[in-house]
Write a protein that binds this ligand. Structure first.
Ligand code: CTP
Ligand code: MG
Length: 232
């Protein structure tokens, strides 16, 4: 008997948004009539590919239960963790009984509300036949410098430097075991780095530059601009 491969989305949303310097975690700030996290989740839900979306939410979060999307039938709430990787692992465990090891998981930051169905499709189409999986990324337009103290120690070869975005797409079993093996390692700032630590080589898929992460206050206006100009 063959079984069909399912796609799951995992959304780490348990951060405090320190760099945003706002009165609440940045995923609950308003952007074009909705909170940041509502945009993110509604875009993932309407992409039409995910069996469910597992969202990691901090235990101290008073905002999540008040959002209508928290009760959506394809949303699963998991407990957040100390670091982003802990939150992702917790969300993966919350779908353990539903997912098979060879199902695909797309991990996407709650703080990237401009993600498009076209980027999600592009990632899936590019990697569906891949052994390991990979991530959306952007090349750098600027010349990059290696800086020691306040002076330049050298210029990096830009052709080898990419900026990691999300979604990051890996097989459920491989991603979960790589994150478990890396637990507590502060160098694991995205999913790909956990797989790299296993000696694996995740692929790069060029993403859209409008898929920004809300990090600093000025990013909200930029996200609003992109949303007003997106049509897919
Ligand atoms: N995240 C999480 N659990 C953590 C830390 C972060 O689920 N312990 C999530 C954030 O909510 C965010 C994503 O990981 O959606 C990317 O992290 P980042 O942009 O760094 O968000 P914050 O950690 O909230 O922001 P800051 O680093 O400025 O405090
Ligand atoms: Mg952070």
């Amino acid at each position: 008997m063959t079984h069909s491969i399912n796609f799951w989305a995992v959304v780490p949303a348990a951060g405090v948004g320190k760099r945003m310097n706002a009165d609440r975690p940045k995923q609950y700030l308003e952007l074009a009539g909705k909170t940041v996290i509502e945009h993110t989740l509604l875009r993932l839900l309407s992409a039409g590919v995910f069996a469910a979306v597992a969202v990691a939410i901090s235990n101290e979060d008073p905002y999540w239960p008040g959002l209508e999307v928290s009760a959506h039938e394809r949303i699963i709430t998991a407990a957040g963790g100390k670091e982003r990787a802990d939150s992702v692992l917790s969300a993966l465990k919350s779908i353990r009984a539903l997912a098979s090891d060879d199902d695909w998981v797309l991990v996407h930051d709650a703080a990237r509300p401009c993600v498009t169905a076209s980027d999600i499709r592009h990632l899936i189409d590019s990697l569906q036949k891949d052994e390991v999986g990979g991530i959306l990324a952007l090349s750098s337009h600027d010349t990059l410098k290696n800086v020691q103290g306040d002076s330049i120690a050298g210029t990096l070869d830009r052709t080898h430097i990419w900026r990691a975005l999300t979604p990051q797409m890996f097989r459920y079993g491989l991603l979960k075991s790589a994150l478990e093996a890396a637990e507590g390692n502060p160098a694991i700032t995205d999913e790909a780095s956990a797989l790299e630590l296993q000696g694996l080589k995740p692929k790069i898929v060029e993403g859209r530059p409008d898929n920004i992460k809300i990090t600093r206050p000025e990013d909200l206006a930029l996200a609003q601009f992109y949303m007003e100009h997106q049509n897919d």
